[in-house]
Design a protein. Sequence first.
Length: 112
Amino acid sequence: MDNCIFCKIAAGEIPSRKAYEDDRVLAFYDLEPQAPTHILVIPKQHIAWANDITPENSADIAHIFEVIPQIAKDLGFTDYRIINNCGDQAGQSVKHLHFHVLSGRDFTWPPG
Ligand code: 5GP
Ligand code: ZN
């Protein structure tokens, strides 16, 4: 999608430090890490937010949740937090669906 920063990262038009890639999913390190390990996992196809997950595209989202444990295994961590911010009030700043994977420190609950 034009003017979507994560579509440009998925297409390789904007550089990123990749953690994992296949034909449907890209995982790359967040520019402003909030934990010792902070990876963003995105579908390569443009889906704006979790509200746009449908029966037609949900296989790629399921695939993301197969990829995340694989990334954790490859990077050698077992404990982590997965976050999806859906919408402005939830703190979504980039309107291309992404899952934050954070690891390497303690996390509080509730998240605030
Ligand atoms: P959100 O606030 O939408 O849930 O998360 C967006 C995340 O994308 C933020 O953590 C932000 O640091 C990260 N981010 C924004 N632009 C870029 C970029 O160009 N490259 C990378 N690697 N991360 C980005
Ligand atoms: Zn996009």
